[in-house]
Ligand binder design. Sequence first.
Ligand SMILES: CC(C)(COP(=O)(O)OP(=O)(O)OC[C@H]1O[C@@H](n2cnc3c(N)ncnc32)[C@H](O)[C@@H]1OP(=O)(O)O)[C@@H](O)C(=O)NCCC(=O)NCCS
Length: 209
Amino acid sequence: MQTKIEKIDASSALAVKIIGRPDEEPLDFLSFREKLSYNNISHPEKRREWATARLAIQEALKALQLPYPGFFKDEHGKSQSMNGQGFVSLTHTPGFAGAIFHREQPVGIDMDLIREKILKIGFRFLDNSELDFLENDPVHYTMAWSAKESIFKCQGKRGVSFRENILLEPFGIQDSIIKGKIRGTDFADHHYHIQVRKLENVILTYTIW
Ligand SMILES: CC(C)(COP(=O)(O)OP(=O)(O)OC[C@H]1O[C@@H](n2cnc3c(N)ncnc32)[C@H](O)[C@@H]1OP(=O)(O)O)[C@@H](O)C(=O)NCCC(=O)NCCS
């Protein structure tokens, strides 16, 4: 299974994996609780996505020379480290799964396939000011969607609306950084810098608090 590992700095790393054949890599590193969760997923594609995201965290941790602590989901659905140390975020999209880990700061990662149909649902997740600067191009819209997903996952709490509470500054289709903020919630005034990459037909974004 092919993996792209990026050590961002001494405290953080990310890994992106191509989702391969089932049981291609051993999952014996998972915690008991994770093995139970995994065994409860019946849909074969979802199983592979779930497992590949955990293999990706394991690779990111290896790049930082950290052991795999096991992760559980908190009441918002965000994965938390079982030993209480560090921050993780996970993502999967058809064909790929990814993960980012940071020793000290919350992180968010997201990957999305670029699809034409995103142009039709822009009004659901974009503010009017964002609709004004975005070109009518699925790549540009997917960059905006994914950046908002990364911000959402970094803050981690349910109840934050993409359209009402997450606002992006104007950015171009070739840009590799998007700036955005959360407004109108307890997390208002926090500003994020989101990194953007294009991998084949997928947009990858990530942010560190
Ligand atoms: C939960 C949500 C963040 C998942 O994102 P997604 O793009 O559908 O799926 P991804 O594969 O990229 O991410 C899935 C991972 O997100 C993580 N996740 C779930 N809830 C989370 C939360 N509250 N905070 C951080 N991470 C979360 C999980 O680790 C999950 O992976 P796992 O199931 O293997 O453990 C997203 O669907 C969501 O609910 N967004 C906010 C709701 C919203 O406003 N939607 C759009 C309005 S128009």
